[in-house]
Design a protein around this ligand. Structure first.
Ligand code: LMR
Length: 398
């Protein structure tokens, strides 16, 4: 039956973890997947999550959720993203559904686009998270890449981006990373977001925001929602994917929210019913535990405040590791410029290492990272930063 089945290539991100786990070197470092680690290299369960767990323990468990998931969780989520007093929420214009974290929301959106925005293409930033390509391909939605990153400046290619989007046919969908762009760590400034939003309104382009890192760009969940809120203020209708994997450390719980801002309550009702129609044959209904935890945190003002503080703590630790890595490289006398390590934001650093240099890091130093030269700063700590700097220094010397 299966003689014709060929082996699929390893996933560019999760495949790195597989290789890391197989390495027996005790000094190995995993900077592949974007998963937060504390300064001793251990996963961190947020104290606010532990408290939420204590509160939900023994209650509500084991029953099915509805297809759309935990309703109050969804309402908490859209308030977190669109703003406590967002007009579109008051106006009941938001169709929403609990999703299987970021990938699950993106996949639902891709399916929705394929079914209800027929013939439209998805414009995806170049580069982007590798799984975005898989998601839209599997949903049979054609992708077009738009310029995003300029290697020469290690910054945003605003001109290229605006030029490409200005030529996109009306009705196209544009994927935007809401904050902490993965993998580049380069976000548009407030003014640049306003420019992008203005152009997209003028050209009738539909924004799809992927927000996987709310809180990781600036350490402030409210500030990290600014792009989304600029677009809302400009009157866009839009779709949004939210994930709690990173900012609540709920990676394995697969908890997220998928929402679409519509023109009216009746439109939102119809859209939401179609979102459910997509979810039901795929996975029936989402898991319960993570949604209960998030709901506990977001619906209790003091626990929510505590959580905000914990997100900031994670973001600040990453920022301090950026400074330390740059200092270590400069102290080694490396002649190249390393400003970008501290200029970039979020969980990742787009180092500029070539695939050959990445291979060197992995094969000679047991340091694991993706082949595009992205390192997860969340895996860097005071104990391994000098080893990492040494390895980068020797790989970049030749
Ligand atoms: C990453 O980019 O490392 C994360 O989003 C994890 C993943 O699923 O790829």
């Amino acid at each position: 039956w299966f003689g014709h089945v060929t082996e699929a290539p390893r996933d560019p991100i999760l495949g790195v973890t597989e290789k890391y786990l197989a390495d027996t070197n005790p000094m190995k470092i995993n900077l592949g997947v974007g998963a937060y680690r504390d300064d001793s290299g251990q996963p961190w369960v947020l104290p606010s999550v532990r408290e939420a767990e204590r509160r939900v323990s023994g209650s509500h468990f084991m029953e099915y959720l509805p297809i759309g998931g935990h309703r109050q969780f969804c309402e908490d989520s859209v308030r977190l993203a669109y703003g406590e007093h967002a007009e579109v929420i008051k106006g009941k214009q938001v169709a929403m559904l609990q999703s299987l974290s970021g990938t699950g929301s993106c996949r639902l959106f891709a399916e929705f686009q394929g079914r209800w925005m027929k013939g439209s293409k998805i414009y995806i930033p170049q580069p982007t998270w590798s799984n975005h390509h898989n998601i839209f391909k599997d949903a049979h939605v054609h992708e077009v890449l738009y310029p995003y990153y300029k290697p020469e400046t290690r910054g945003l290619d605003l001109e290229g981006l605006l030029d490409c989007l200005s030529k996109a046919p009306a009705g196209s969908v544009v994927m935007l990373h809401a904050c902490a762009h993965n993998p580049t760590g380069v976000d548009p400034t407030t003014e640049q977001w306003q420019q992008i939003s203005g152009l997209m309104r003028e050209k009738r382009l539909f924004p799809f925001f992927d927000m996987a890192y709310q809180g990781f760009a600036t350490g402030d969940c409210e500030r990290d929602a600014q792009a989304l809120r600029i677009f809302l203020q400009d009157g866009h209708r839009l779709a949004l994917s939210q994930s709690y994997a990173k900012n609540m450390g709920l990676y394995g719980q697969r908890v997220g929210c998928f929402s679409i801002v519509c023109d009216s309550p009746s439109e939102a009702k119809a859209v939401e019913s179609q979102m459910k129609a997509l979810a039901r044959p795929m996975y029936s209904n989402p898991p319960l535990h993570g949604a209960l935890l998030v709901h506990q945190i977001l619906s209790d003002p003091s626990l929510k405040r505590q959580w905000f503080g914990e997100v900031k703590l994670m973001a600040d630790r990453i920022i301090s590791m950026r400074t330390l890595l740059r200092e270590n490289l400069e102290q080694l006398g490396n002649p190249l410029s390393w400003n970008h390590i501290t200029d970039q934001i979020g969980m990742f650093c787009f180092t500029g290492l070539t695939p050959e240099q990445v291979n060197k890091l992995t094969n000679e130093h047991s340091i694991y990272l993706t082949r595009n030269g992205r390192i997860s700063m969340a895996g860097v700590n005071t104990g391994n930063v000098s080893q990492l700097a040494q390895a980068i220094h020797s790989a970049r010397e030749e």
